[in-house]
Design a protein around this ligand. Structure first.
Ligand code: GDP
Length: 206
C-alpha cells in the first residue's frame, strides 16, 4: 500500500454511470463521523485523499481510489444517517450485490457509540443478499485511554466491547459475516491499519 501510488479514480452519484472493470474492489461503509475518511487516509498513507472527497458535493456520492496503479480499488461509500438520501441503502446494496469484481465490505463501527439500528439493518441486508462483509472497530484509542477522569467510568474496556461485538456477530453475522473483528485507530496513533491491509489483500486474493 504505502509504496504504491494512490489516485482518485472516479466519483459517482448515480451508480449506473460507474465505469465497469475487472480490478478487485472493497468497500468501506459506516455512519457519518465513524472515522471512515481517517481510516481510508491511513490505509492509503495519504493525508488528504479521502478527506478531499468529503468536500461538499462529494459526501453523498461513492468515491473510488486506485491503489498500486490498477491493482485494487477502495470504494468510499457515502456515510449513512444524518439526512442521507432515502434510497441510500437500496442503491448501495444493489451495487455490492451485482458488481462482479466486488470482494468484501468493511463495516465501520465506533465502539463508543456501539451498534445503532441502521448498522443492524445494514448487516441484515448483507446477510440477506449474501454480501461478504467484515466488521472494523474505529477510534479504539478512545477505549484504551480516556483523557478525562470523568470519562473513565463511562468508557467501556476494549475486552467488553469485543465480547459485545462478538455477540452481535453470533446473532446477526450470518453466513456472509467474517468472524474476525478488526480493531483500529487512525489518530492520535495508528493501530490495526496493517491488519486491515492484510484483510483487504486476503479478501481480494492479491
Ligand atoms: P467520517 O465522517 O466517517 O469520514 O469521519 P472522519 O474520518 O471525518 O472522522 C470524524 C471525526 O472523528 C473527526 O473529528 C476525526 O478527527 C475523529 N477521528 C477519526 N478517527 C479517529 C481515531 O482513530 N481516534 C480518535 N480519537 N478520533 C478519530
Amino acid at each position: 500500500f504505502e509504496q504504491y501510488p494512490v489516485r482518485f479514480l472516479w466519483g459517482a452519484e448515480e451508480f449506473a454511470s460507474i465505469p465497469d472493470g475487472a480490478v478487485p474492489e472493497v468497500a468501506f461503509l459506516g455512519r457519518s463521523n465513524v472515522g471512515k475518511s481517517s481510516i481510508l487516509n491511513a490505509l492509503m498513507a495519504s493525508k488528504g485523499m479521502a478527506r478531499t472527497s468529503s468536500k461538499p458535493g462529494r459526501t453523498k456520492q461513492m468515491n473510488a481510489f486506485g491503489v498500486g496503479g490498477a491493482r485494487l480499488t477502495l470504494l468510499d461509500m457515502p456515510g449513512y444517517g444524518h439526512g442521507s438520501r432515502h434510497s441510500w441503502g437500496r442503491e448501495i446494496m444493489e451495487y455490492l450485490r451485482s458488481r462482479k469484481q466486488f470482494r468484501r465490505a468493511f463495516l465501520l463501527i465506533d465502539p463508543i457509540h456501539g451498534f445503532k439500528e441502521v448498522d443492524m439493518m445494514i448487516m441484515e441486508a448483507f446477510v440477506d443478499m449474501g454480501i461478504p462483509y467484515q466488521l472494523v472497530l474505529s477510534k479504539t484509542d478512545k477505549l484504551e485511554e480516556p483523557k478525562k477522569k470523568k470519562d473513565r467510568l463511562a468508557t467501556p474496556h476494549i475486552n467488553e466491547v469485543f465480547m459485545d461485538v462478538q455477540g452481535v456477530m453470533r446473532d446477526y453475522g450470518g453466513h456472509s459475516g467474517f468472524g474476525e473483528i478488526l480493531a483500529t485507530s487512525s489518530e492520535p496513533v495508528k493501530k490495526g491499519i496493517n491488519e486491515l491491509r492484510w484483510a483487504i489483500l486476503r479478501a481480494t486474493g492479491l
